[in-house]
Design a protein around this ligand. Structure first.
Ligand code: NIG
Ligand code: FE
Length: 397
């Protein structure tokens, strides 16, 4: 029988992301304890003040942080593209053209195979501390293939995104506007019931600003909330469109003008900011320029970090790795990067129940074999995650 309340004590350093509970912007509590009641956090504070509970877990002097929130991944795929990566490392440039290789493999896969691949990657994420993962379609690009992928996703995560507008389907190369009509018409009808979000890849070679606007507004009419792949490979209208439409997030943000940065900073002042979601696994794997997180943070924008896990541009499922990259390569402090991979991801998904450890939030908690969260960046590539609770269940130990 599982106990109703569990005390996790002997936490050397607890990051709550709630400044009212502890020190600094991360609300850090030294020598801390957390009480979990069913799937929620009931209490967080100094061990000396912990209430009595039904059961007890000794954290052994480890660090506790909120479960990571990976707000951007593409896990509904089949096959892999390791050779494309090797070719890039030998000097070839990344283009979105490789997406079509994965589209062919994904269409050829069974629904069961797609489900197993998704499960495998979600399990991989969980072992690395990710307790919430958003995932997108976008490798089917037919009504049937997109809808079947989203159905598989909706059985496994509440954060499902319809990305029929990933690239123009191969059948429509000569008539891209007809593909946009398909995406905003029958494909949207079939996919909307399984998704919370709508996304579009706004980029040269994918969809231009007008097409992206048509996709996002059609999705919104069907009750989906907009997010967008913006300014990844070149300057463009994506970020401005995201802010104008009140999208929850503009993702990638690698090539930004001062006006783009200003727009994101302005949006940060409102109750529902458009978060700048940075995906450093992508620049790592495509050997390209990292986005300038420092510039965004100094301007006042809200920044999230996510993996973009996909077989082409970023085949990592590790948010700790992205935190390390963001600190080393993008000008973020270790605290900023940890916030961005937890509370920032939650903001990018417009969620207030995750990304923090405070009374009432979901009991998604990670123990790190480290004296402080700084070690996430200080010890890159080291598997520091020893324990993960999700919805109050001790799934990794
Ligand atoms: O976020 N930008 C578009 N989509 C993915 C890449 C997908 C792929 O190369 O398969 C991204 O980087
Ligand atoms: Fe992506």
């Amino acid at each position: 029988m599982t106990a109703r309340t569990t005390l996790i004590s002997n936490i050397a350093s607890l990051v709550t992301n709630d400044p009212s509970l502890g020190a600094g912007p991360l609300g850090t509590i030294p020598d801390a304890a957390v009480v979990i009641e069913d799937d929620r956090v009931a209490w967080a504070g100094p061990t000396s003040r912990a209430p009595a509970t039904d059961s007890h877990h000794d954290a052994g002097g480890r660090t506790a942080v909120p479960g990571f929130v990976d707000s951007h991944s593409h896990l509904l795929f089949a096959g892999e593209r390791g050779q494309e990566f090797a070719d890039r490392m030998a000097g070839r440039h990344y283009t979105a053209g490789g997406i079509r290789t994965t589209v062919a493999a994904t269409r050829a896969a069974t629904g069961h195979q797609l489900a197993r691949t998704l499960d495998r990657h979600l399990a991989e994420m969980l072992r690395q501390g990710t307790t919430t993962a958003e995932t997108k379609s976008g490798y089917g690009l037919t009504v049937e293939d997109e809808a079947r992928a989203l159905k598989v996703a909706a059985e496994r995560t509440e954060e499902v995104t319809f990305l029929g507008a990933h690239v123009v389907a191969p059948e429509f190369t000569e008539a891209p506007d007809r593909y946009v009509e398909l995406v905003t018409g029958p494909m949207l009808d079939a996919c909307a019931p399984h998704a919370r979000w709508i996304d579009v890849f706004c980029e040269k070679g994918a969809f231009d600003g007008d097409q992206a606007r048509a996709v996002l507004t059609a999705g919104r009419r069907r009750g989906l909330l907009p997010r967008i792949h913006a300014n990844q490979l070149s300057y463009g209208p994506g970020v401005q469109l995201a802010v104008e439409l009140g999208a929850a997030s503009a993702d990638h943000c690698t090539h930004l003008t001062d006006a783009d940065v200003d727009a994101l900073a302005q949006a940060a002042g409102g109750p529902e900011p458009t978060v700048a979601t940075l995906l450093p696994g992508c620049e790592f794997s495509t050997r390209s320029r990292y986005p300038d997180a420092r510039r965004l943070l100094d301007a006042g924008a809200v920044v999230a970090l996510a993996t973009d896990c996909n077989p082409g541009s970023s085949y990592t499922s590790s948010l700790p790795f992205c935190i390390a990259l963001a600190v080393r390569e993008m000008g973020m402090t270790p605290d900023e990067a940890l916030w961005a991979a937890t509370a920032g991801g939650a903001a990018a998904l417009r969620r207030s129940d995750i990304g923090r450890l405070a009374p009432g939030t979901r009991a998604d908690l990670v123990l790190l074999d480290a004296p402080s969260p700084l070690h996430l960046a200080y010890r890159p590539g080291v598997p520091l995650v020893t324990d993960v609770w999700r919805r109050g269940r001790h799934l990794i130990h």
